[in-house]
Design a protein around this ligand. Structure first.
Ligand SMILES: Cc1cc2nc3c(=O)[nH]c(=O)nc-3n(C[C@H](O)[C@H](O)[C@H](O)COP(=O)(O)O)c2cc1C
Length: 216
């Protein structure tokens, strides 16, 4: 089956924030949809391996920050590629964090916020579709919301394994396969000879220097 047709589905970019007890947790998702309009219900597809999934199962609540195109790249690097099991991703060290109704949110460059109460969790094999009712909304910046297409085409970002839209990349040739480097911080893959880049080259996703790339 040719799965490339799935690349034509469109999405946005969101940060989910929840609590593990009193500790903030959360991750990046691209799979938020509005399900109903009356007393609105939304749905999110969440990988069962994500720490955020465990925390939402326990707390029954989460926030959604709708990320704008100008969002600090650290937000995506921290929330989208690191796991909150062993670290506090909302500590405010790597990007500005806020709190809404007791839940962690991305404070800057978010177009708006939603606070949600879980009403159902539907099994979807590797993932779980979380249905939740909106209990509060809050406006944010007027900057354009970041689409998944913008993330891929402008920021040149990738989706990690836990994202429902992840697809294994097949190198075009043996030669190309020999010249791939991974950013140790966010997982961005550089194809080609990175040594030929200028000394001030930085990772397009998390802005780490060339020295943080490892040959794959
Ligand atoms: C662009 C992008 C989109 C993502 N979309 C989803 C998604 O829709 N659902 C999901 O479960 N994980 C998604 N992820 C992956 C999680 O953000 C990632 O696995 C994160 O490290 C989980 O952190 P946690 O273990 O602290 O919950 C996405 C990541 C990125 C970078």
């Amino acid at each position: 089956m040719d799965l490339s047709v799935l690349h034509k589905l469109t999405y946005g970019m969101y940060a989910v924030g929840t609590l593990d007890g009193i500790r903030p947790a959360g991750c990046i998702v691209n799979t938020v949809i509005q399900v109903t309009s009356d007393n609105p219900v939304i749905a999110v597809s969440m990988n069962k391996n994500n720490f955020t999934y465990e925390a939402i199962k326990k707390s029954g609540r989460f926030s959604i920050s709708i990320l704008s195109e100008a969002v600090e790249r650290n937000v995506i690097a921290e929330l989208g590629f690191a796991c909150g099991r062993k670290m506090d991703k909302f500590c405010g060290k790597n990007f500005a964090c806020g709190v809404l109704d007791g839940l962690p949110i991305v404070k800057e460059h978010a177009c708006g916020y939603m606070v949600c109460d879980v009403i159902a969790m539907h099994d979807a094999e590797t993932h779980c579709v979380i249905m939740a009712r909106l209990t509060k909304t809050l406006g944010g910046t007027d900057e354009p919301p970041m689409t998944y297409e913008y993330y891929h085409n402008v920021i040149k970002g990738k989706a990690p394994k836990n994202a429902p839209t992840y697809q294994v990349e097949v190198p075009k040739s043996e030669k190309q396969a020999q010249l791939r480097y991974i950013c140790e911080v966010c997982g961005y893959i550089y194809e080609g000879d990175i040594t030929k880049e200028a000394d001030d080259y930085v990772c397009p996703v998390c802005k780490q220097p060339k020295s943080r790339f490892k040959r794959m």
